[in-house]
Ligand binder design. Structure first.
Ligand code: ADP
Length: 650
C-alpha cells in the first residue's frame, strides 16, 4: 500500500479537538493511556498465542520500552504485543468503535471544564497522546505477518491521517510522540519514571527504560550531562496489583489502578479486594465508581469486570461475572480454576463462573450496605444506649458516599429486584426514595416502617413522572390529612421494579393509585359510617356518571381518599398505572388497553352540583379529563375539553 491520506471519522475529529482543548490541565494521563494500550496489546498476544504459539515468533518475553530523543524532541512508547495490520491501524486509530459515541458527542456542551469531566467518563485512550504531541507517528506490525507488512500511521491530530506500508522486523507497536514545545519536560528520565511509577506500577509487564549515568564534560569548566549507557532497567513494580497483599497496597495505588482500568478521571467511591478460597478460588478487586459512565443506559452496555485466569488476561467486559444490574462495577477477577482457553459461551455454563458471580454479587452488596450504614452521621449506631458513637477515621470517610452512589446508580440497582430474586431482600433494604416527609431521596423502607402510624398495616407509595407531580397528586390527599407518610417514586423503573416486591419485611407495599383505598384501622368507625352513607346517597348519580363515561372509565365509584379534589383516576389492583402506560406509548410500545376507574369525592362542591344539573354530561366529562390532567396526562380530545370548560365559564 502506498502512502494515502484518509479522514478521521467525524466523532474522532470532534474528540481530538476536545482532547487538545480541554485536557491540557492534566497532561500526564497520556502516559497511563498509552502504556495501558501497550499492555493490552501484550495481553491480547498472550491470549491469541494460547492457540497459536507461532505468534510469539520465538520472542515470548513481553515488555514495554519507553525511550526519548532530546534532539528530535520525540518520546516513544514501544511494545512487542499483538501489533496492527495496515487495515487495523486505519480502523482502530481512525474510528471509535464504542457504542453510544454519537450520543456522547451530543452531550458535550462546549464548556471546557464540563466537557473535561465528561470526557473522563468516556475515555480518550490513544488520542490522549495529542495533549502533549502536535504529531504522532505509529509504526506497527501485527504478530504473524511478514516484515514487509508493517504499517506507518502519521497524524497531526486535526482532520486526517496518513498511512503507508513499511518494512518492520520488530513485532508490535511503537507510538512516537513529537512533543509540543510546552511538553518538553517529558524528555527527562526522572520525570518519566515518576509518572510511570504513579500510573503504571500495577501493570504486570516490565516497563523498561535505558539507564543513564552522569558524565563530566571533557572540557574544563563545562557542565557534565546524563548520558545513556545502553543498559535497560525495569522502572515499574511489574506485579499485577491484585496479586499483591492488601497491606502492601496504598489507597492511592488502588485509586490509580482504578483510573487506569476504567479510564475514569475521578477516584472510586470504594472498593473491595479479596482472595476467595474454597471450592472455587479466585481474587476479586471490585470498585464502585463515583460517577456514572456516559453509556450506563446503553442497552449493549457490558459489565466492567476484566477476567484473568492465573494472571493471564482473558477478556474485558466479562458479563457473566456480574449480573447486569451491577454493570457499573469495575475491576478484576482472577480465577485459579478456569481453563485458559475459556470462551464467552463456556463462561455462561461454567459452575466456577456461577460461584464467582454469586460471590462477587454478594461482595458488591456488602460494600453498598457498608456505605449505607455510614451514610448518615445523625443516625446513631444500633444498641449504643445513649453512648456517644465512636466514629473512626475510616467511617468518617464513608459519610455521604451512599447518597452520592445512589444518585448516580440507584435506578440501575432497582433493576436487581426483577433480575436477582435471591438477593431481593438485601436489595430492597438498599433502596431509597423521597417521601411526603422528605424531599431528598433518603428514605429507606426500614426508616419508613419505623415511622408508621399506629394501626397502619401497609407501606404506601405513589409513582409519578416527577417529584412535583407526585407530591401534588390528589391520591395523596387523605394520607396528608391523616399524617401518613407516602413514598414518592419518580424513577422510570420504579413501577416495573416494584412489581417484583410485594412486601418489605412482612409489611405489604401498596400503591395509593391502585385499587380502592383501604385505610383499614386508620379510619375510625364514625368516618367509615359517614363514607358508607355518602356512597349510598350518591348511588343514583353514580349510575348516571357510569353511563355518561362508559367509553372512558372502567368504573365510577365513591372514595374517601380525596379531600380537596373532586375526582381522581385509579387503576385496578392488578392493572398497569396510567403513568406507565403513557410511558410505554411514548416509547412507541404497545400498552395493554385498560380503562381507569374514576373515583369521585361526594363532599366536593363540583360533585354535589352534578345531581340534577342540566350540564350533567359536560360536567361528567370535565371531571374525568381534569382527573387525567392532574396526574400529568392529556384528555383524548383536548379541544373538546376546552370547549366544555369555556361553555360553563361563559
Ligand atoms: P481503547 O483502548 O479504549 O479501545 P484507544 O483509542 O486507546 O481505545 O485505542 C483504539 C484501538 O487501537 C485499540 O482498541 C486497539 O485495537 C488499537 N491500539 C491502540 N494502541 C495499540 C497498541 N499499542 N497495539 C495494538 N493495538 C493498539
Amino acid at each position: 500500500m502506498s502512502k494515502q491520506t484518509l479522514s478521521f471519522q467525524a466523532e474522532v475529529a470532534q474528540l481530538l479537538h476536545l482532547v487538545t482543548h480541554s485536557l491540557y490541565s492534566n497532561p500526564e494521563i497520556f502516559v497511563r493511556e498509552l502504556v495501558s494500550n501497550a499492555s493490552d496489546a501484550c495481553d491480547k498476544l498472550r491470549f491469541e498465542a494460547l492457540n497459536n504459539a507461532a505468534l510469539f515468533e520465538n520472542a515470548p518475553n513481553l515488555e514495554v520500552r519507553v525511550t526519548f530523543d532530546k534532539d528530535a524532541k520525540t518520546l516513544t512508547i514501544q511494545d512487542n504485543g499483538i501489533g496492527m495490520s495496515a487495515q487495523e491501524a486505519i480502523d482502530h486509530l481512525g474510528t471509535i468503535a464504542k457504542s453510544g459515541t454519537k450520543d456522547f458527542m451530543g452531550k458535550l456542551s462546549g464548556d471546557q471544564k464540563q466537557d473535561a469531566q465528561l470526557i473522563g467518563q468516556f475515555g480518550v485512550g490513544f488520542y490522549s497522546g495529542f495533549i502533549v504531541a502536535d504529531k504522532i507517528t505509529v509504526e506497527s506490525r501485527r504478530a504473524g505477518l511478514q516484515a514487509s507488512e508493517g504499517v506507518r500511521w502519521v497524524s497531526g491530530g486535526s482532520g486526517d491521517f496518513e498511512v503507508e506500508t513499511i518494512d518492520r522486523t520488530a513485532r508490535g507497536t511503537s507510538v512516537i510522540l513529537h512533543l509540543r514545545g510546552d511538553a518538553e519536560e517529558y524528555l527527562n528520565a526522572w520525570k518519566l519514571k515518576q509518572v510511570i511509577g504513579k500510573y503504571s506500577d500495577h501493570i504486570s509487564l516490565p516497563i523498561l527504560m535505558e539507564k543513564e549515568e552522569w558524565k563530566e564534560s571533557e572540557k574544563e569548566g563545562e557542565p557534565g550531562a546524563m548520558v545513556k549507557t545502553g543498559e535497560w532497567e525495569t522502572v515499574n513494580k511489574a506485579s499485577a496489583l491484585w496479586t499483591r497483599p492488601k497491606k502492601e497496597v496504598t489507597d492511592e495505588q488502588y485509586a490509580d489502578f482504578y483510573k487506569a482500568i476504567s479510564h475514569d478521571f475521578e477516584a472510586p467511591l470504594t472498593w473491595a479486594h479479596n482472595r476467595v478460597e474454597g471450592n472455587t478460588e479466585y481474587t476479586q478487586l471490585l470498585y464502585i465508581p463515583a460517577k456514572a459512565p456516559f453509556d450506563l443506559w446503553n442497552r449493549d452496555k457490558k459489565a466492567g469486570v476484566k477476567l484473568y485466569v492465573k494472571r493471564v488476561f482473558i477478556m474485558d467486559d466479562a458479563e457473566a461475572l456480574l449480573p447486569s444490574y451491577l454493570r457499573f462495577v469495575k475491576g478484576v477477577i482472577d480465577s485459579a480454576d478456569l481453563p485458559l482457553n475459556v470462551s464467552r459461551e463456556l463462561l455462561q455454563e461454567s459452575r466456577d463462573v456461577r460461584a464467582i458471580r454469586e460471590g462477587s454479587t454478594k461482595r458488591v452488596l456488602s460494600m453498598l450496605e457498608d456505605l449505607a450504614k455510614h451514610d448518615r452521621h445523625d443516625a446513631p449506631a444500633e444498641g449504643t444506649d445513649g453512648v456517644t458513637d465512636v466514629v473512626d477515621a475510616d467511617d468518617k470517610a464513608k459519610e455521604g458516599k451512599y447518597s452520592k452512589f445512589y444518585a448516580e446508580f440507584g435506578a440501575v440497582l432497582k433493576e436487581g429486584l426483577g433480575e436477582d430474586f435471591g438477593n431481593r431482600e438485601r436489595l430492597a433494604k438498599l433502596l431509597r426514595f423521597a417521601s411526603t416527609t422528605s424531599d431528598t431521596v433518603s428514605v429507606g423502607f426500614a426508616d419508613y416502617k419505623a415511622r408508621m402510624k399506629e394501626g397502619q398495616d401497609a407501606i404506601y407509595y405513589i409513582t409519578a413522572d416527577n417529584l412535583a407531580a407526585a407530591k401534588n397528586s390528589p391520591q395523596l390527599e387523605v394520607f396528608k390529612k391523616k399524617g401518613i407518610e407516602v413514598l414518592l417514586m419518580t424513577d422510570r423503573v420504579d413501577e416495573w421494579a416494584l412489581n417484583y416486591l410485594q412486601d418489605f419485611d412482612g409489611t405489604p407495599l401498596q400503591s395509593v393509585a391502585k385499587g380502592a383505598v383501604d385505610l383499614g384501622k386508620l379510619q375510625d368507625e364514625a368516618e367509615k359510617k359517614a363514607a358508607e352513607e355518602a356512597a349510598e346517597a350518591f348511588k343514583p348519580v353514580l349510575a348516571k356518571l357510569k353511563e355518561a363515561l362508559k367509553d372512558k372509565a372502567e368504573d365510577v365509584r365513591v372514595t374517601s381518599r380525596l379531600v380537596d379534589s373532586p375526582a381522581c383516576l385509579v387503576v385496578q389492583d392488578d392493572g398497569m398505572s396510567t403513568q406507565l402506560a403513557r410511558m410505554l406509548k411514548q416509547a412507541g410500545q404497545k400498552a395493554p388497553e385498560s380503562k381507569p376507574v374514576l373515583e369521585v369525592n361526594p363532599e366536593h362542591a363540583l360533585v354535589k352540583k352534578l345531581d340534577g344539573s342540566v350540564h350533567f354530561h359536560d360536567l361528567a366529562h370535565i371531571l374525568f379529563d381534569q382527573a387525567l390532567l392532574a396526574e400529568g396526562g392529556l384528555p383524548d380530545d383536548p379541544a373538546a375539553y376546552v370547549k366544555r370548560v369555556n361553555a360553563l365559564l361563559a
